[in-house]
Design a protein around this ligand. Structure first.
Ligand code: HEC
Length: 171
């Protein structure tokens, strides 16, 4: 009885502590890095810009991948077009997992009169799926303007782990 009450109380204290923490964190600030990738406190991928302007590898890679796979519809540098939303805002406003879901499975909004709004599903496209986090962190960096428009200049080297994961993903 004593023990279970204690367990219950510590469980409540933990739940309370987690709620308090969640209110303080955002989905932008890098809290830690692992083999050249950066993550928020919530383990969501994010970008990292050093004081001299050097950007992390994923953000640089995302710049290239975005412009080969997404910009025809979403406009250059995530700015949006008359046809599709500005992803530099979506990457900040949307939950990471929702973002991944829309890109993987697509989305169709029926407007009628031939004006349906269709986001294609990219789940089978390795050139997108193997670089989804790259594209996502690049767009977040655009959304906060941490990375200005134009081709990024100084970048971190690609880590061995990122290279190995990429090769495994592309198969
Ligand atoms: C053929 C055009 C087309 C291409 C290519 C395309 N998209 Fe889209 N995407 C759309 C349209 C149109 C929508 C809006 C769908 C709707 O009305 O809900 C959309 C919506 C999205 C959304 C939801 C945005 C929000 O704020 O709700 C995300 C995320 C997204 N696209 C990511 C991507 C990524 C990443 C790529 C490149 C890998 C990509 N899209 C390529 C047309 C496209």
């Amino acid at each position: 009885m004593r023990v279970s009450a204690l367990v219950l109380m510590s469980g409540l204290a933990l739940a309370f502590a987690q709620t308090a923490v969640t209110e303080d964190i955002d989905n932008i600030t890098a809290a830690y890095s692992e083999d050249g990738r950066y993550f928020t406190e919530d383990d969501v991928p994010t970008y990292n810009i050093q004081e001299d302007g050097t950007i992390d590898w994923l953000t640089y890679s995302g710049f290239r991948r975005y412009h080969s796979e997404c910009h025809v519809c979403h406009g250059p540098e995530g700015e949006g077009s008359t046809y599709a939303p500005a992803l530099k805002n979506s990457a900040i406003d949307m939950d990471y997992y929702d973002f991944v879901d829309v890109v993987t499975n697509g989305r169709k909004v029926v407007r009628g009169g031939g004006g349906d709004s269709v986001m294609p599903a990219f789940g089978e496209n390795a050139n997108v799926m193997c670089y989804l986090d790259d594209i996502y962190v690049y767009l977040k960096a655009r959304g906060t303007e941490a990375v200005p428009r134009g081709r990024p200049r100084a970048k971190e080297a690609k880590s061995d782990v990122i290279r190995a994961d990429e090769n495994a993903c592309l198969g």
